[in-house]
Design a protein around this ligand. Structure first.
Ligand SMILES: O=C(O)[C@@H](CO)OP(=O)(O)O
Length: 228
């Protein structure tokens, strides 16, 4: 029976500072390191043994994966990294404080930017200090100027279908370390959650989510490992 483990990165510096992050590459905090290690210890203790890993091109997800794997004595596992698992691009909001943005634009507008399904935040200015277009890790990739959750799903799912799903169908146990919104995309797809409902689903940092799947990769069971 295919098994998939989803892990959102441990607390990042900008989670702590309450800033819109998106594609900006912030590190995990000391608490984030602890959360990642704890996730690894929990997986080991509960007998979760991934054989193959996928992550984004962002430090917070890569580091979380490595810290968890270290705790599991599985740093040797193959890991594939791809920008398609990156966080949703936050456009012109990147770097701003979420509370200050609420005070300036109102709760309702900020809620729409954060949690509507298909309304993207305003685009990032070409000369923004947070531009990632010249970052070497994105060479050959068209870095978006902003993304809605719908846009994020549209970039995550082709990668799921072409690279991750075939491994699961070949019987591999797969661990994905990624981000709040790229993981929402996967949960929406796997659990058949509607456009309206998915925006209300919050994925906590450092909490392994286990999917037991049938051979066609439909959900049999989904649970937080800490609750088993
Ligand atoms: O800032 C971000 O990139 C994301 C995840 O931390 O925030 P939000 O909760 O608004 O999707």
């Amino acid at each position: 029976m295919p098994q998939l483990i989803l892990l959102r990165h441990g607390q990042s510096q900008w989670n702590l500072e309450n800033r819109f992050t998106g594609w900006w590459d912030v590190d995990v905090t000391d608490k984030g390191v602890q959360e990642a290690r704890e996730a690894g210890r929990l997986m080991k203790e509960k007998g979760i043994h991934p054989e193959l890993c996928f992550t984004s091109l962002q430090t917070r997800a890569i580091k979380t994966l490595n810290l968890a794997l270290e705790e599991m004595d599985r740093l040797w596992l193959p890991v594939e990294k791809n920008y398609r698992l990156n966080e949703r691009h936050y456009g012109g909001l990147t770097g701003l404080n979420k509370q200050e943005t609420r005070e300036k634009h109102g709760d309702e507008q900020v809620h729409i930017w954060r949690r509507s399904f298909d309304t993207p935040p305003p685009p990032m200015a070409a000369d923004s200090e947070y531009q990632m277009t010249t970052d070497p890790r994105y060479a050959g990739i068209e870095v978006p100027a902003t993304e809605s959750l719908k846009d994020t799903i549209a970039r995550v799912l082709p990668y799921w279908k072409s690279r991750i799903a075939p491994e699961l169908q070949n019987g591999k146990r797969v661990l994905i370390s990624a981000h709040g919104n790229s993981l929402r995309a996967l949960v929406k797809h796997l659990s058949g959650i509607s456009d309206d409902e998915i925006t209300g689903l919050e994925i906590p940092t450092g909490q392994p989510i286990i999917y037991e799947l049938d051979d066609s990769l439909k959900e049999i069971e989904r649970y937080y490992l800490s609750e088993k």
